[in-house]
Design a protein around this ligand. Structure first.
Ligand code: GRG
Length: 308
C-alpha cells in the first residue's frame, strides 16, 4: 500500500517525531484542561471530581492532537487552537461517559479504569457527561474569534458536530441497529456521525484557529472525514482482535451486543483494506499543504496502525 509517510518536514532540519508531538501536545492539553475546569474541590465537589475523573483517566487525546496538527498545517499558532482542542476533548469524554451508562453500552471499564457510573453512580455520571458537554461550549464562548471565523462560526461548528444530526444521530442509529442485519451503507451512515463528525470537527477547528482559507478548510474537512471513518473501522477491528487489558475497555462488546461492524459484515481482511483505502484518501486531501501537514500525515498513519 502507498500510505508510507515522510518523516521529515522539508522546512524543519530535525526529523518529525510523532511520539514527541503526542507527548508534548498531551501535556499541553492536560495542563489547559486543568486550568479551564473548576477545581475538584469546587462545590459541588462530587460533580467536579466526576468530570475530572473521566477527563484525566488517560485517553489518547487523538482529537486535540488532530486539532493542533491542523492549526500547524495552516501556519497557525498552536496556542490559539489549544482551548478549542480542549473543548473537543470535553465533548468526546462526555460521549464516552454517556455511552458507558447501563442505558447505553453498559460498560464497566473505560480508559483502563472503572467507568464513571461505576465510581460515582448513574445519576452523577449522567450529570458529569452533561457538565462536560456544557463546559465545551463555555470554553468555545470564551475563545477568541478570527477574521474569517467569528465566535458564532466556532460555536456552531461544535454544536453541529455534537448535535442530533451528527454525533447523537450516529448513536441513535447504532442503538437502533443492535441485533439487526444492516447494510454496509447503513454502517457507513453510523460511522460518519458517531465517529467521523467529531474528528472532522477537530481538524476544522484547528484550521479555523489559524484563520485558514476556504480551500484549506475544504481539504481539512475531506481529511477529517476519511481519517474518522478509518478510525472507526480500526476500532471495530481492535474490538475483535485485542484484549480488554490492551484496550482499557471491554473487548468483544460489539459481537456480544450483536452490533453490525465492518469485520462482521465484510470480514477482518477486507476491513483492513477498507481502512487503508480510507487513509490513502485522507493523505490525498493533504497535497495542497506542501509538507506543512507532516503532523497530520503522521497521525493518520498512526491511527491506521494503532493497536489500542
Ligand atoms: C446523549 C445519552 C447520550 C449519549 C450520547 C454520542 C454518544 C453518547 C456516544 C458517542 C458514541 C461513541 C462512543 C462513538 C465511538 C467513538 C470512538 C471510537 C471512541 C473511542 O475513541 P478513542 O479511542 O478513546 O480516541 P480515548 O479513550 O483514547 O479518548
Amino acid at each position: 500500500m502507498s500510505v508510507a509517510i515522510k518523516l521529515a518536514s522539508p522546512r524543519s532540519p530535525s526529523p518529525f517525531s510523532l511520539r514527541d508531538f503526542l507527548a508534548t501536545r498531551t501535556t499541553a492539553v492536560n495542563r489547559t484542561l486543568d486550568q479551564l475546569l473548576p477545581a475538584a474541590t469546587t462545590k459541588p465537589a462530587t460533580i467536579h471530581r466526576a468530570m475530572r475523573y473521566s477527563l484525566f483517566a488517560g485517553g489518547k487525546r487523538i482529537r486535540p492532537a488532530l486539532c493542533l496538527a491542523a492549526a500547524a498545517a495552516c501556519g497557525g499558532n498552536e496556542s490559539d487552537a489549544l482551548p478549542l482542542a480542549c473543548a473537543i476533548e470535553c465533548i468526546h469524554t462526555y460521549s464516552l461517559v454517556h455511552d458507558d451508562l447501563p442505558a447505553m453500552d453498559d460498560d464497566d471499564y473505560r480508559r483502563g479504569k472503572l467507568t464513571n457510573h461505576k465510581v460515582f453512580g448513574e445519576g452523577i455520571a449522567v450529570l458529569a457527561g452533561d457538565a462536560l458537554l456544557t463546559q465545551a461550549f463555555e470554553i468555545a464562548a470564551l475563545s477568541r474569534s478570527w477574521p474569517r471565523y467569528s465566535h458564532q462560526a466556532i460555536v456552531l461548528e461544535l454544536a453541529r458536530a455534537a448535535g442530533s444530526l451528527q454525533l447523537i444521530a450516529g448513536q441513535v442509529a447504532d442503538l437502533e441497529g443492535e441485533g439487526k442485519r444492516i447494510s454496509a451503507r447503513q454502517l457507513r451512515y453510523i460511522h460518519e456521525r458517531k465517529t467521523s463528525a467529531l474528528l472532522c470537527c477537530s481538524v476544522r477547528l484547528g484550521g479555523m484557529s489559524a484563520n485558514c482559507t476556504p480551500a484549506q478548510l475544504k481539504a481539512l474537512t475531506d481529511f477529517g472525514y476519511h481519517v474518522g471513518l478509518a478510525f472507526q473501522v480500526i476500532d471495530d477491528i481492535l474490538d475483535v482482535t485485542q484484549t480488554s487489558e490492551k484496550l482499557g475497555k471491554t473487548a468483544g462488546k460489539d459481537t456480544k451486543a450483536q452490533k453490525a461492524t465492518y469485520p462482521s459484515i465484510v470480514g477482518l481482511e477486507r476491513s483492513r483494506k477498507i481502512a487503508e483505502q480510507l487513509t490513502e484518501r485522507a493523505f490525498a486531501s493533504l497535497k495542497g499543504f506542501r509538507g506543512k501537514a507532516v503532523a497530520l500525515e503522521a497521525l493518520a498513519e498512526y491511527l491506521l496502525r494503532r493497536d489500542r
